[in-house]
Design a binder for this molecule. Structure first.
Ligand code: ADP
Ligand code: GLC
Length: 484
C-alpha cells in the first residue's frame, strides 16, 4: 500500500508530546511490513538547521479557497522513510510549533488549514497517488473533508482517509471563514458536517468525513463515546462507532531501550539490572536530590496540563514528602501555576524533591531509567507512552485507571506478586496519597515482589509489531469502501 502520513509533529524534527514519538515509529513499522510509507509535515523555523533537505521540485501551487499560494516542498529521509516538509514562511517560520511563551498562535487555524490543503496538492505535485492519507489530531483534521470534495485532484480519486485521535480535547475551533479560506463549500457549515456551537470544529469534520477512525487505545475508543470523555463529540463518535477502532501505540525500541540508551551512564537489561542503581545515583546528582541509595525515587516527566492530573499530585505531595521516606524527581513545563507549585515544593523539601522546568530529552531518559516508580495520575490518557517507557526500564508506573493506562498497566497483587504497576481509580489527593504509600511500603517491605514486577514489566512486548498490523487492517478496510 502507498501510505502518506500527515502530521504536525514528528521526532526528531518537531515534537511536543507523544504524537511526535508515534509518527516515525509507526512509519518504520509499516515500512517493515512492506508498504511505501511517506511522512509530510510543516517546515517549522526550528527545523532550519537540517542540512540535508533537498528541494523536490520547483514551487508547488497550493489551491486555497481565495486563490493560489506558492510553497516549497522539501524532502529528507529519516530511517529510510521519505519525509516531506511544506515550507511557507508566513505560517511556519516561527520559534514554536503551536505557540510560544505559553500562548497558542492566534492564527493556528489558518496555519494548519494551509498545511492540510498543501498535503492534498503535494500528491499531484509529486505525481504520487497514496492509497490512504493518514492524519492525526485536529491540525491535520481538514484532510478528510478536503478528500471528500468532488473536485479534489484527480490523482486522489481513489484515496481513502484515516484519522487517528490522540487527544479529543483539542478541537481546533475556527471562524466560519475557514471554509472559504481552505476551499470547502458552504454546505460543510452544518451540524451534521463541521459546524458546532456557531464555529467550525475541525476535529468534528475529521470524525464525520474520515473513512476509518482510530483512537490510540481500546479503552479510550470506548471512553470517548461517553459524555464524560467525548468533549461534546461523543454523539458523533457513537454515530461513527462502526468505523471506530482502538489501537494501542507501540514504542521505538531503538530510542527507548535501557540496554542501548545513549543518555544513560550505565546500560542495563532485565537480566542484568544492576546498572539501574547507577542511573539512580546519576539522576539524584543531576537533578539535585540527596544521595540516598535505599530510598525509592518517584519520577514524573510530563506536560503540565489539566489532562495529566498533576494538580492532584501537587496537593498530595506535602503529605507524601512530609510523612514518607521517598524522593521525587519532576521534569516538565506548561501551566505556570503548576510550575510555581512544583518549584515551591522543591524549595520546601530540598533534597527530597527536585524539579526541572523545561523540555529536556536527556533528563527524561535519565528519570525514566533512574526512578523506581513513575507517576501518571492522568484525568484522561488516550494512550500514554511514558508508562510504556517506564516499564521497559523496570520503573513501575503508578497510574489512574483511564484510557491507555488501563490497557497497559496491570495492578499489583500483593498476595500473588503479579502485576506491572500500581493502579487507582479516583482522582483524589487521598487515593493518590494511598497508592504512593502502597508503592513505598512495597519497596521497603516486599523487595522481592518489586524485583519480580520490574522483570515482568521489562519483558512485556510494547513494540509496534502488532499495532502496525492493526493499522494495516484499518487501511485495508478503508480501501474496500466504494468510491464517493
Ligand atoms: P502526551 O503526548 O500526552 O504528552 P505521552 O506519554 O504519550 O503523553 O508522551 C509524552 C512524551 O513527551 C514522552 O516521550 C515524554 O518523554 C516526552 N516529554 C514530556 N514532557 C517532557 C519534557 N519536559 N522533557 C522531555 N520530554 C518530555
Ligand atoms: C496524546 C495523548 C497521549 C498519547 C499521545 C500519542 O498526546 O495525550 O496519551 O500517548 O497522544 O498517541
Amino acid at each position: 500500500m502507498k501510505i502518506l502520513i500527515a502530521s504536525s509533529e514528528c521526532d526528531p524534527f518537531a515534537k511536543v508530546g507523544g504524537l511526535g514519538d508515534v509518527i516515525p515509529s509507526l512509519a518504520v513499522a509499516l515500512k517493515k511490513l512492506g508498504h511505501d510509507v511517506r511522512i509530510i509535515l510543516p517546515k517549522y523555523g526550528a527545523i532550519d538547521s537540517i542540512p540535508w533537505c533537498s528541494v523536490a521540485g520547483g514551487p508547488m501551487i497550493v489551491n486555497m479557497g481565495y486563490g493560489v499560494e506558492f510553497a516549497l516542498l522539501l524532502q529528507a529521509e529519516h530511517k529510510n522513510i521519505p519525509v516531506y516538509f511544506v515550507e511557507f514562511n508566513k505560517y511556519f517560520a516561527r520559534g514554536g510549533i503551536y505557540g510560544e511563551f505559553g500562548e497558542s498562535y492566534s492564527d493556528n487555524w489558518k496555519r494548519f488549514a494551509f498545511f492540510c490543503r498543501a498535503v492534498i496538492d503535494a500528491c499531484p505535485f509529486l505525481g504520487w497517488a497514496p492509497d490512504v492519507i493518514h492524519s492525526h489530531d485536529w491540525p491535520t483534521g481538514l484532510i478528510s473533508p478536503l478528500l471528500s470534495l468532488w473536485n479534489r485532484p484527480a490523482i486522489l480519486k481513489n484515496t481513502k482517509s484515516i484519522f487517528t485521535i490522540h487527544n479529543m480535547a483539542h478541537h481546533g475551533y475556527a471562524p466560519r471563514e475557514l471554509l472559504r479560506f481552505v476551499g470547502l463549500y458552504d454546505h460543510y457549515w452544518h451540524p451534521l458536517a463541521m459546524e458546532a456551537c456557531g464555529a467550525v470544529n475541525v476535529i468534528k469534520g475529521a470524525l464525520q468525513f474520515a473513512h476509518r477512525i482510530v483512537a490510540v487505545s481500546k479503552t479510550y475508543a470506548e471512553e470517548i463515546k461517553t459524555p464524560a470523555y467525548g468533549c461534546g463529540l461523543d454523539g458523533v463518535l457513537r454515530y461513527r462507532a462502526r468505523d471506530l477502532a482502538g489501537i494501542c501505540n507501540g514504542i521505538d525500541g531503538e530510542i527507548w531501550n535501557p540496554a542501548t540508551d545513549k543518555f544513560l551512564p550505565w546500560k542495563f537489561s532485565a537480566k542484568s539490572i544492576g546498572g539501574k542503581e547507577i542511573c539512580k545515583r546519576e539522576l539524584q546528582s543531576a537533578i539535585g536530590l540527596a544521595p540516598a541509595e535505599r530510598m525509592p525515587v518517584f519520577g514524573v516527566v510530563s506536560r503540565f496540563f489539566e489532562q495529566k492530573g498533576l494538580d492532584v499530585l501537587c496537593n498530595a505531595l506535602p503529605d507524601v514528602l512530609g510523612k514518607m521516606a521517598v524522593q521525587f524527581a519532576v521534569l516538565g513545563s506548561g501551566d505556570a501555576n503548576l510550575e510555581w507549585k512544583f518549584r515551591e515544593l522543591a524549595s520546601r523539601f530540598e533534597g527530597k524533591m527536585a524539579v526541572k522546568i523545561g523540555f529536556d530529552n536527556a533528563l527524561a531518559h535519565l528519570i525514566v531509567a533512574g526512578s523506581d516508580f513513575f507517576v501518571m495520575p492522568s484525568r484522561y490518557e488516550p494512550c500514554g507512552l511514558s508508562q510504556l517507557y517506564a516499564m521497559a526500564y523496570g520503573t513501575l508506573p503508578i497510574v489512574r485507571a483511564t484510557g491507555g493506562l488501563c490497557d497497559t498497566v496491570e495492578n499489583y497483587d500483593e498476595v500473588t506478586g503479579s502485576g506491572t504497576g500500581f493502579v487507582f481509580n479516583d482522582l483524589t489527593h487521598g487515593a493518590l496519597y494511598d497508592t504512593i504509600g502502597w508503592a513505598c511500603a512495597t519497596y521497603y517491605d516486599r523487595r522481592r515482589h518489586v524485583r519480580i514486577m520490574q522483570r515482568r514489566a521489562m519483558g512485556k512486548d510494547f513494540s509496534w509489531n502488532k499495532s502496525a498490523k492493526d493499522y494495516e487492517r484499518e487501511y485495508e478496510l478503508a480501501m474496500q469502501l466504494p468510491l464517493q
